[in-house]
Design a protein around this ligand. Structure first.
Ligand code: ATP
Length: 534
């Protein structure tokens, strides 16, 4: 992971936000290569889920043909949206405060191990990355027991890494930034929404929130989309956009950020067909990650247990990836696919429903009136063929663009061996990104900066540039130019050499197989296009 993090900074994939001022935790900027990667990921999702979808035929595994449309709604919405969605009441994590360091941590994210020395036993915590956990715990424990490094064998560090929420008490806990034990408070609820104020007056009614998910904007526009686009159930609305969560302990690079992008679909279907549609979307989304290059044992689908589900839902599955910063055998969520029943549409229509009631009824306040009033607008659907009127059920595949980009970066990072100019094998770092995701699709090099080669190379570059993001490089030894492109994940390098002047051909080198083939200059654009789409 350390090697990937440093490559991301060195080559301009990711930078810490406001770095020149010391950075701000949980915010990340995408550099020149990173912005292309993330944009390619979002474009691939949009193309494969929305704009490229053919509504005239049923894709493999789908119960019937269906329609897909897009939406782009605002980040700030009417405050009532978050009351009816449940985020105002329920969207919280548990946090603990440290009385000594005055820092705040998310209860389930602080890890530690029991450390014994003579007759004392202390639970030593750390926020260090998993590969540094034991070393960091040893360092902190030695300091706590006032021992030197040479006494490391006198302490016993437990084998099991445990998170704070699994402990019964914090009495023996050495907090992540504390010098003494027992400084952590009991866990308390903390709402994750960022608050802000609308307008200049700033009264209580003007308080609203930066959206913590894009989904609610889709639900509140359900009727607008129905009335304006002639879609019929079953259909889906997709949206890509920023979401904000005031995560208590943002960490693990971009995995848990405070500002991130989501790619969400709300798929509306007849209640009787919702199980089939749930299974379709779950499998389709899993297949998508595999097609884009995540596969093997690093990618799993975890179906939630029946006991974890709300009674109105028939299923939820998480697509998870074995990020290298997680302990062996642990996976982090890339996307959740949830069957949400009619909870959201009915809550925005009637008032926030109480998910614990069955059948669900509107949650009442102390005065016996709805605790959070809905819009009162009719969000039912009338089938114009059967005349049936119902509230559609919803399947929600909800993916994170930043977590996706991070997983593809982790999967792509490879160290292998490739021959240098003299044929000697050298270690190379190569980002084996899927050609659709690669920030630069091809690089064009003149072998040397003379004999008419730059002119031909520049002409090829200009031709390619009209279609793809390509890169021109005439500086330095050609081997070094290949290495730079390997690190950037560029799948193809096109080199103009002495033969190009006479036979109008160039070599095209494949990043992964290192195979070099000669193709006609006239065929370069078509060749790159077919290789990217293969
Ligand atoms: P987690 O349990 O990891 O906090 P979640 O279950 O709360 O995630 P959802 O509310 O289901 O996440 O959001 C859908 C997707 O949005 C997640 O699968 C993830 O890819 C992305 N996401 C959620 N929170 C964050 C975050 N803080 N930083 C980056 N991506 C996030």
């Amino acid at each position: 992971m350390d090697a990937l993090v440093s490559l991301c900074k060195r080559r301009g994939f990711l930078f810490q936000s406001s770095e020149i001022y010391g950075g701000v935790q949980g915010f990340w900027d995408y550099g020149p290569l990173g912005v292309e990667l993330k944009r390619n990921l979002k474009d691939a999702w949009w193309q494969d889920m929305i704009s490229g979808h053919n509504e005239l035929t049923a894709p493999a595994g789908a119960p019937s043909p269906f329609e897909m449309v897009g939406l782009d709604c605002t980040i700030l919405m009417h405050p009532q949206v978050w009351k009816c969605s449940g985020h105002y009441d329920l969207f919280h994590d548990y946090m603990v405060d440290c009385r000594e360091s005055k820092k705040r941590y998310r209860h389930d994210q602080v890890r530690g191990r029991y450390v014994e020395y003579q007759d004392q036993k202390v639970f030593v915590t750390t926020l260090a990355e998993i590969e540094h956990e034991v070393d960091e715990i040893r360092r902190r424990a030695l300091k706590f027991f006032k021992l030197r490094a040479k006494n490391a064998d006198d302490i016993t560090i437990g084998d099991e890494s445990i998170t704070l929420d699994k402990l019964d008490s914090h009495d023996d806990v050495l907090g992540p930034d504390a010098k003494s034990v027992g400084t952590l408070t009991e866990p308390r609820e903390f709402n994750l929404m960022f608050k802000t104020t609308l307008g200049a007056l700033g009264g209580a009614d003007d308080t609203t929130f930066l959206r913590p998910e894009t989904a609610q904007g889709i639900f509140v526009n359900f009727k607008n989309v129905l009335d304006s686009s002639r879609v019929r159930v079953p259909f889906g609305i997709g949206q890509v956009g920023k979401s904000f969560r005031n995560e208590i302990t943002p960490r693990n690079f971009t995995f848990r950020s405070r500002e991130f992008e989501q790619m969400e679909i709300e798929f509306f279907c007849h209640p009787d067909q919702s199980q089939e549609w749930y299974r379709y979307w779950r499998d389709r989304r899993m297949a998508w990650y595999t097609e884009m290059g995540l596969s093997g044992e690093s990618l799993i689908m975890r179906e939630h247990e029946q006991s974890e589900l709300a009674h109105y839902s028939v299923g939820t599955a998480d697509i998870e990836y074995a990020f290298p910063f997680l302990p062996e055998g642990e996976y982090g969520e890339l996307e959740g696919i949830a069957h949400r029943g009619d909870f959201d549409l009915r809550s925005h229509m009637e008032g926030k429903l109480d998910p614990a009631t069955n059948p669900m009824t509107v949650q009442l306040g102390e005065d016996g009136k709805p605790k959070y009033r809905g819009s009162g607008k009719d969000l039912t659907y009338r089938d114009d063929i059967t005349n049936e009127k119902y509230v559609p059920h919803v399947i929600e595949p909800s993916a994170g663009a930043d977590r996706g980009a991070l997983a593809f970066l982790c999967e792509a990072y490879t160290e292998d061996e490739a021959p240098d100019e003299k044929g000697k094998l050298q270690t190379r770092t190569v980002m084996k990104l899927h050609p659709r995701l690669a920030p630069i699709k091809a690089a064009v090099f003149p072998l040397v900066k003379k004999d008419g080669m730059p002119e031909i190379a520049q002409e090829i570059y200009a031709g390619l540039k009209q279609h793809f993001n390509v890169f021109y490089d005439a500086k330095g030894a050609v081997g070094r130019r290949y290495r730079r492109q390997d690190e950037a994940g560029t799948p193809y390098c096109i080199t103009v050499d002495g033969d190009s002047l006479t036979d109008k051909t160039v070599t095209i080198r494949d990043r992964d197989s290192l195979e070099q083939t000669r193709i006609k200059i006239d065929d370069v654009v078509d060749e790159i296009r077919s290789r990217i789409l293969q």
